[in-house]
Design a protein around this ligand. Structure first.
Ligand SMILES: Nc1ncnc2c1ncn2[C@@H]1O[C@H](COP(=O)(O)OP(=O)(O)OP(=O)(O)O)[C@@H](O)[C@H]1O
Ligand SMILES: C=C(C)CCOP(=O)(O)O
Length: 253
């Protein structure tokens, strides 16, 4: 019997669904547009992860928390998690409006970072949700961390963890740029090694505690499944099994 293909794993970048230049501001038109595209796509097994945008990053920066820097301040932990909850609710509302059977998965209560810094994100509940025809919606979050209280887990890290543990059939990251751009602002078709593009990768345009495009490319090169980085104009193509934007494939490393 053929193995059932794993899900499509899709990241909605915080720079797409929020106005990263304004605190806790959803970009309603962009969010509704990507939700509509997802609702129109015929994808039978889909996991969505969204970023923190102007909800999570400012709250984390204010508390001095990042991928590597943790806190034991439970007020700060609760505030970051609550900010991400507000964004997760807005994303779920937009997906429901578009007819997507989305359900929330809150990483702070579902996983942790171990003593080596690796993300441990159990998938039993997520696999059961997929089996019931639901679309699990996770997000970058504050994340309990061995010997550091709580750090930040990025949506990109969750995408990598889920893609591996769920044997994703494809991985897509929808952000504000049509792909990873070279020094001439042209889309780089494929990236197989970080050092080949390090010079053109910088952080994000706004507050970002998880490394921006450089962090994204580095995380995706560790994946067994090639990933695509594209903007909302490429989303329909990606969900239709196309390969828009930049392909990140670290398998030859
Ligand atoms: N070489 C590059 N090509 C394209 N974008 C780049 C490059 N270097 C830096 N960037 C910046 O990276 C940003 C995308 O990274 P960012 O982390 O903001 O994405 P995101 O996933 O949408 O956000 P979040 O991490 O909050 O979910 C682009 O908007 C751009 O400003
Ligand atoms: C900053 C927080 C809480 C989430 C970070 O997730 P990302 O925006 O996907 O990097």
């Amino acid at each position: 019997m053929s193995e059932r293909a794993g899900p499509v794993v899709l990241k909605l970048g915080g720079s797409v669904i929020t106005r990263k230049d304004q605190p806790e501001t959803v970009d309603e038109s962009k969010l509704d547009a990507v939700a509509a595209t997802i609702g129109e796509a015929a994808v039978d097994s889909l996991v969505i992860v969204h970023g923190g945008g102007s909800f999570g990053h400012p709250a984390a920066a204010q508390a001095g928390v990042s991928l590597a820097s943790g806190t034991h301040d439970t007020t700060a932990i609760s505030e970051i998690h609550a900010a991400m909850g507000r964004l997760n609710e807005a994303v779920l509302d937009a997906l429901h409006e578009a007819g997507v059977p989305a359900v929330p998965v809150r990483p702070f209560s579902a996983g942790y970072r171990d003593e080596s810094g690796a993300v441990v994100q159990p998938t039993g509940a997520i696999e059961t949700m997929l089996g019931e025809g639901f679309v699990p919606v996770l997000h970058g979050d504050v994340f309990t961390t061995v010997d550091a209280g709580a750090t930040i887990v990025s949506g990109d890290e969750l995408v990598v963890s889920l893609a591996a543990s769920l044997a994703a059939q494809s991985v897509g990251l929808c952000t504000t740029v049509p792909g990873v751009l070279d020094e001439d602002e042209d889309v780089i078709p494929e990236i197989e090694r970080f050092d080949a593009v390090e010079g053109v990768l910088s952080g994000s345009d706004a507050t970002d505690v998880t490394g921006g495009m450089a962090g994204k490319v580095r995380a995706l090169l560790d994946l067994d499944t090639p990933a695509q980085i594209f903007d909302p104009d490429g989303l329909a193509a990606f969900l239709g099994s196309g390969a828009p934007g930049t392909r990140i494939d670290g398998s030859s490393q």
